[in-house]
Ligand binder design. Structure first.
Ligand SMILES: Cc1ncc(COP(=O)(O)O)c(C=O)c1O
Length: 348
């Protein structure tokens, strides 16, 4: 049992802290722009059913997930109205776990193998995932109608298409971001009618207001934001930081106890206000503060990419501001982390 902590400064570090004012601003701003089913929030960004409940409270009852674990966890949290696994899966036990969920589950398919695995393991509904130029999953557009026919012949209901323009979402220049999004969505639209079903699922935080071709947007990062997305001209505020403790200082640099095992580094170094970050190693952040800092002081570290950062942590601590003396209002479990979907949450 952890001792009850009441302020950010009292947390054992490194720890994730959320600014509830910024979070509420982000959730409200997005639900005003994309109300109800126009947004299918992606839970991979936060992996937290308590945060998903805040999104549901604002009218978004359909969710996107990246892992079977996320789907099963959402279903058992009572958030299973309409869950999309926007990712490919061929593992029978995991597909069975999805099929057995107390939820409406739709699975992305992009090949004969993924269609056949879905049909053989009890999945009832699929979306055909079309590659829209991001070098990742998704079938070639010309294969989409054939895959839809194969799915229907196997007894699956085809709800439509999806295509993620991930190569566009972080482009800082708005005109270029829009041009890449339009180009990607033209590719998706060309096959949507032939596939049938009506759903066109796409988009992310960076394209939430540019992607007008999709019937629903799969944004996730908007809720908490990160260093990378904050460089864009979008109206969401950074709401997540890591609180760390200064464990060493000398006349040339300072070290805090927040290394790359506490944050995702795939988008580069984090930032620290009033400081230059030099580098990050396993358990250390080495930086040069512009003001005087002492061993034992707390600092806030802003990660460049929140998704992998949150996946390293067990809890999100909520405070009404990110001042170091701010009071912790509530602590949420990052309960969708990990990959174990089979048997997860049963009975809870
Ligand atoms: C399939 C899919 N849809 C949507 C998103 C958008 O997420 P974000 O809001 O973080 O840009 C992602 C992010 O990687 C994704 O993989």
């Amino acid at each position: 049992m952890l001792p009850r902590v009441t302020s950010i400064a009292g947390l054992p570090t490194p720890a994730l802290v959320v600014d509830t004012t910024a979070l509420a601003h982000n959730l409200d701003t997005m639900s005003a722009a994309l109300p109800g089913a126009r947004l299918r929030p992606h839970v991979k960004a936060h992996k937290c059913t308590s945060l998903a409940k805040e999104q549901a409270r604002r009218g978004h009852l359909h969710f996107t997930a990246a892992t079977p674990r996320e789907i099963v966890g959402m279903a058992h949290a009572g958030l299973g109205d309409d869950l999309l696994l926007a990712n490919e899966c061929v593992e029978p036990a995991r597909l069975r776990a999805l099929a057995d969920c107390p939820a409406r589950v739709t699975v992305a398919v992009d090949s004969d193998e993924t269609v056949d695995a879905a049909a053989a393991n009890g999945i009832r509904e699929v979306l055909v995932d079309v590659n829209v130029y991001l070098p990742r999953c998704g079938c070639r557009p010309e294969d989409a109608p054939r895959l839809a026919d194969r799915a229907r012949a196997a007894g699956l209901d085809v709800r439509g298409v999806m295509g993620y323009e991930g190569h566009a979402v972080l482009i800082a220049d708005r005109a270029e971001r829009e041009a890449k999004t339009v180009h990607a969505m033209e590719r998706l639209a060309r096959v949507a009618e032939a596939v049938g079903g009506g759903l066109v699922s796409a988009g992310g935080t960076g394209t939430y207001d540019l992607n007008t071709a999709a019937t629903e947007i799969q944004a996730g990062s908007y809720a908490l934001m990160d260093g990378d997305y904050c460089k864009l001209d979008i109206p969401f505020r950074r709401a997540l930081a890591i609180v760390a403790t200064v464990i060493h200082t000398n006349d040339r640099w300072t070290v805090a106890d927040c290394g790359l095992k506490a944050m995702g580094m795939d988008h580069g170094n984090p930032s620290v206000d009033d400081a230059d970050v030099l580098f990050v190693s396993d358990e250390h952040l080495t930086f040069t503060p512009h003001t005087s800092v002492h061993v034992g002081d707390r600092v806030l570290v802003w990660p460049a990419h929140i998704d992998p950062t949150i996946a390293y942590h067990e809890r999100l601590h909520l405070a009404d501001s990110l001042d170091l003396d701010a009071t912790i209002i509530e602590t949420w479990s990052v309960d969708l982390r990990g990959w174990d979907a089979v048997g997860a949450n049963r009975g809870s």
